[in-house]
Structure formats: C-alpha cells, structure tokens
Write a protein that binds this ligand. Structure first.
Ligand code: FAD
Ligand code: UDP
Length: 363
C-alpha cells in the first residue's frame, strides 16, 4: 500500500495532521519509535490516578478555535495551575503576585508592592541576558530566591548565559491571583490526553516501536511529515542542535496526599530536582495512594530524549541552515517542537498543525 503521507511522530502535531489529512481522504500512516502514542502528552491510568508520564501538562490557551477543537474530542476539567516554590524549606506562591510579595516583603496593597519592586529593580539601558531581564523585572531578592538557582538547574548554565525571552513567560501581577497562566481557557483532559490522541487517530494506520531511520525503506509514501529532530533527519550535517533532556523519577506512595498541590518547584540548589508533581491533583482525586514524580533536568547528548530546544543565537543559526535545506526539499515537511526547533505549548502546537494543514490541503 502506498500512503500519501508518512507522519513520523504520534505526538500532538502528528496526530492533528493525521486527523485533518484523513478527513480530506488522504491515505496516512503514523509511526512512532516509542511504545505508545501521544509523544510527550501521553498519560496512563495507574489505579485511578492519571499519570502525566513526561511531566505536568496543563492545557491553556486564549485561542477559542483551538479550545473548541480539543473540546470537540474530549472533556476538560476546570483545573487551574497554581504552583508553589519551595526555597530552602519556605514556600512561596507563583507566579509572582501579591501573595508572593507579601511573603517576601510584607507588602499588603498593590501600591506598596509596586513601590517596593521599583526600589528592588535594577535599571539597564539594554537587556543582554536572562539575569539582567529578571533583575530589571523583579529585582535582586526575588531573582536570588526564586529564579537564579531554579533556572541554572533547569538549563544547566547560569542565567547570564541564557536568552532573556525565557523568563518573559512568567507573569508578574499586582493582584492576589496564583493562576500561573494568563490565558482565557485552562484545564486538563478529564480522562487524560491519551484519549485525545486516540480520538484524533481513530481509524488511522499506526505503527509503534517503529523508528523512521531504520524503517524508511520499508514503507511506500509520497511525502513525509516529520516531527522528530530536524538535525537528526539531515544526519547532523551542520552539527547537532542543543537541547535539554529530562529524567523523571516516579514514587508510588502509601499516603493519601503527599504535598497538597499538583506542582511544587524546588527553587534552590539544596535539591537536585526542579519540581515534584503529584498527579492525582490534576483530577481532584484524594488518595488512598498517590504517585509523585521528581523532575530532573539533564544535559542532552546524542541518543538521549530531547525535550527543550535551546534557542540561543548559536543554535538558532544552525537551525536556519537546516531550515533552508528543508525549504528546498519537496519530500519532507517539518513540524512540532523538534521539527521546528521551538518551545511550543500544546495550543501553539495545534495552531501550527492547523496552519500547515491549510497550506498543504490542496496539494
Ligand atoms: P512530541 O510530543 O515530542 O512528539 C514527537 C513524537 O515523534 C514522539 O512521540 C517521538 O517518539 C516521535 N519520533 C521522534 N523521532 C522519531 C523517529 N525517528 N521515528 C519515529 N518516531 C519518532 N504544553 C502545554 O501546553 N502545557 C504544559 O503544561 C506543558 N508542559 C510541558 C512539560 C514538559 C516537561 C515538556 C517537555 C513539554 C510541555 N509542554 C506543555 C509542551 C507539549 O509537550 C508540546 O506542545 C507537545 O507535546 C508537542 O507535540 P509534538 O507532536 O510537537 O512533539
Ligand atoms: N522559572 C524560575 N522559577 C520558577 C519557575 C520558572 O526561575 O519557579 C523560570 C525558568 O528560567 C524557566 C522559565 O522561568 O525556564 C519558564 O518557566 P515555565 O514554568 O514556563 O517553564 P516550563 O513549564 O516550560 O518548565
């Protein structure tokens, strides 16, 4: 059988593309080298607990079209992400808001907090890196306690070596509001995200434990949609791009509730992990047992799972070289967070997939 499209990767990008292309009668095969569908949004059920195998995944978007799209397949609950930060044993609210300012500075009103932050902020004429960005937004105390060590653990290098945009994702608010996101819509797939992927891929041919590079000559197809690493696809000919990898350490505990919250970040160097997630809280479940995951950030080397692209200048330049090759290549289209070498949240991943579909649907 000859397929119109071979889709490499059954993550969110590959699954949305497969779904949309199948709807217009294209013959599609989805392959994945992992043993399950869903890529990093894969969830599974452990005795009633829906486990986010590759780290906490909270759906949030301000795009109504995307929100309606996912709700057309599965139900979402009304989970709001309110993580805490543990710095050397003391807990602080995130994102930086009136609760955090009260905990750190004892300021009670927005005006007091604004005045205090103005005094704390370091003034720069130009911002050159994440450290300067953070110091100019929130000042020394918040930077030292809640950003510096966490960021160093997360990225494996000091904030002075990192691009400033990374920290701009974090809101700063002068109201008492611990919602980590600013988006209009937020929630978690009630039965887990695997159900969403399964619904998207209903009736579509899939092959698991099936690596593209070892099997590409065994399949007949016209075009490839590739959601793995673009540098790997081109055999690292311009050198490997840089990524951060992650290690997840699960513990299934005989306690009803371990930490009373879904996500607690560990902001100092006292702990080697960046955060602990307690999965049952994503679905408002309480005991009798609980599963927690400690997330460790690690350096990436060839052969390891790549999670976060490192979008610094050097890597973005290398990526541009791969991109120009790709633009001349009629056989393959790249997409998703590894194919486009970009940190994409789930909503953006869907947006990009739907945009690509619109572009290629008449080909
Ligand atoms: P992936 O899910 O990575 O899918 C790519 C698939 O391709 C994988 O299954 C892989 O096995 C397969 N593949 C790769 N190479 C090959 C090959 N050679 N042969 C066969 N198969 C191959 N987004 C949010 O909106 N909210 C969150 O809270 C959130 N939290 C996150 C937390 C973490 C720790 C991480 C890493 C990401 C988070 N995200 C979050 C982002 C979210 O995971 C992505 O938006 C989404 O998974 C991207 O989907 P994708 O299809 O591009 O990539
Ligand atoms: N960050 C931090 N302290 C925190 C949480 C985040 O310094 O407690 C910084 C860190 O540099 C991180 C960035 O903010 O890389 C973006 O955080 P976010 O939670 O959006 O990252 P992700 O969920 O992708 O890990």
């Amino acid at each position: 059988m000859k397929y119109d499209y071979l889709i490499v990767g059954s993550g969110l990008f590959g699954a949305v593309m497969a779904h949309e292309l199948t709807k217009i009668n294209k013959k599609v095969l989805v392959i994945d080298k992992r043993e399950h569908l869903g890529g990093n949004i894969y969830t599974y059920n452990k005795e009633g607990i829906i486990v986010h195998k590759y780290g906490a995944h909270i759906f949030h978007t301000s795009n109504k079209k995307v929100w309606d799209y996912v709700n057309g397949f599965v139900n979402f609950n009304n989970f709001i992400n309110c993580p805490l930060a543990n710095y050397k044993g003391t807990l602080y609210n995130l994102p930086f808001n009136m609760y955090t300012f009260y905990q750190l500075f004892k300021t009670k009103t927005p005006q007091e907090a604004r005045e205090k932050l103005e005094k704390e902020k370091v003034k720069y004429t130009t911002i050159n890196n994440l450290e300067e960005q953070a110091l100019s937004l929130v000042g020394k105390e918040i930077y030292e306690k809640l950003i510096k060590d966490y960021t160093t653990k997360q990225w494996g290098t000091a904030p002075i070596n990192l691009p400033s945009f990374i920290i701009k994702r974090l809101p700063i608010r002068f109201v008492y509001d611990n919602n980590y996101f600013n988006d209009i819509y937020q929630g978690i797939a009630t039965n887990g995200y695997t159900e969403l992927i399964e619904k998207l891929l209903e009736g579509i041919d899939t092959k698991l434990n099936y690596d593209f590079f070892t099997n590409k000559n065994n399949i007949e197809y016209d075009k490839i949609i590739f959601t793995g690493q673009i540098d790997e696809y081109y055999d690292y000919k311009f050198g490997p791009l840089s990524y951060r990898s992650l290690r997840f350490e699960d513990e299934y505990l005989d306690v009803a509730d371990f930490q009373g919250n879904a996500v607690i970040n560990y902001a100092s160097n006292q702990e080697p992990f960046t955060r602990i997630i307690e999965h049952q809280h994503f679905n408002f479940r309480r005991g009798p047992k609980t599963l927690i995951t400690k997330e460790y950030s690690e350096s990436w080397t060839l052969g390891k799972e790549a999670y976060y692209p490192i979008n610094d200048e050097k890597n973005n330049n290398i990526y541009q070289k791969y991109l120009s090759l790709a633009q001349k290549d009629n056989k393959v289209i790249f997409g998703g967070r590894l194919g486009s070498f970009a940190y994409l949240d789930m909503d953006k991943t869907i947006e990009k997939a739907l945009e690509l579909f619109e572009r290629i649907k008449d080909e």
